[in-house]
Design a protein around this ligand. Structure first.
Ligand code: SF4
Length: 329
């Protein structure tokens, strides 16, 4: 199991000493279901977990207090991997941070595949500093700070092989201990699908509230099928869907600038799905191969290629998203 480098703040939560590793569907030794869930019935830790204190998580008020100085909190979701969710998250962060009057935070909750640090241009040897006020975010520009497990790994190539309760513990730590200060937007990048990470973040943030979720898809039916599940998850978790973005909806030739369809939608694509589900369609973003290159170099795409149709499309989506969020006020 990978060990993290960053020394924990003093108030770091201690997980209980268990007899053995938690099984796959463990609800978490500190959850209300600990000891009584189906997975607990054959688990060696059942007696320990049954005896642990139950009831509302005492850290939730601390999380609410910590995140109380953040105006807007957005989850970025996708039904499946490979649709460009983290790429879009990085561009959303750059777009928001291009307004110098805004303070932006990016939280990378893709614990097993953290890619935001590279996409946002954080140094590979960057580490997290802990002080009495908590963990200090890593700043990639004057008004854009970020936090990711990547900053705590001994090397860029270290794998995280953690079960649900351990991931949940780290997410709680991120929410409770990162000292963001006053932020206008906190953008939270999550892994694909509906995972332990999603359940944890929505549970821990239920008191302080999430403005909503932005869902990223591609036009193919195979991606749209999973997006329907993601939207159902939001409904069940009580999270407003702020809108749907269709990524890779066309291909921009970097030579001539012409746009062509590469993934032809068979059922109307993201726009039709948004209509069917009565959610806002925020727009379509074409694939420009230079997006991949700037993500590798950690630069801002629309600063470098303002003439690309993809730049216009991204900025329009972000404007539409801000209208949706700030219009709620
Ligand atoms: S909550 Fe405890 S008893 Fe239940 S599965 Fe997890 S480790 Fe085992």
């Amino acid at each position: 199991m990978t060990s993290l480098q960053t020394p924990p703040p003093e108030n770091r939560e201690q997980l209980p000493e268990l007899n053995s590793k938690e099984p796959e569907h463990c609800p978490g030794p500190q959850s209300e279901q600990a000891g009584s869930a189906d997975a607990c019935q054959t688990c060696d830790n059942k007696d320990i977990c049954t005896s642990l204190p139950k009831g509302p998580d005492p850290d939730i008020p601390l999380i609410s207090q910590r995140l109380g100085s953040i105006k807007h909190k957005i989850l970025v979701l996708s039904g499946k991997g490979g649709v460009g969710k983290s790429t879009f998250t990085s561009m959303l962060c750059w777009a928001l941070a291009s307004d110098e009057d805004l303070e932006i935070g990016a939280m990378d909750l893709d614990i097993c595949g953290p890619s935001l640090p590279k996409m946002l241009g954080a140094a590979t040897n960057e580490s997290v500093h802990a002080s009495n006020s908590g963990w200090t975010p890593v700043y990639v520009s004057d008004n854009l700070g970020m936090m990711s497990i990547q900053f705590m790994l001994p090397s860029e190539d270290s794998a995280i092989i953690w079960r649900g309760s351990k991931k949940s513990g780290l997410i709680k730590q991120f929410l409770k201990d990162v000292d963001w200060g006053e932020l206008d937007y906190l953008v939270i990048d999550t892994p694909p699908g509906t995972t332990d990470e999603h359940l944890s973040v929505t549970t821990y943030m239920k008191e302080v509230g999430i403005d909503g979720a932005l869902v990223v898809t591609t036009p193919q039916e195979v991606a749209l099928l999973d997006v329907r599940k993601e939207i159902d998850f939001c409904k069940k978790a009580g999270i407003k869907v702020l809108g749907l973005v269709e990524n890779m909806s066309g291909f921009v030739c970097p030579g001539c600038g012409n746009e062509s369809r590469i993934f032809k939608p068979t059922t109307g694509g993201g726009e039709q799905l948004a209509k069917d589900l009565n959610i806002k369609f925020l727009g379509s973003v074409p694939l420009d191969p230079r997006i991949g290159r700037v993500c590798d170099s950690g630069e801002c795409f629309f600063d470098l290629y303002p003439e690309s149709p993809a730049s216009d499309a991204i900025l329009e989506v972000v404007e539409s998203l801000r209208d949706e969020i700030e219009g709620q006020l």
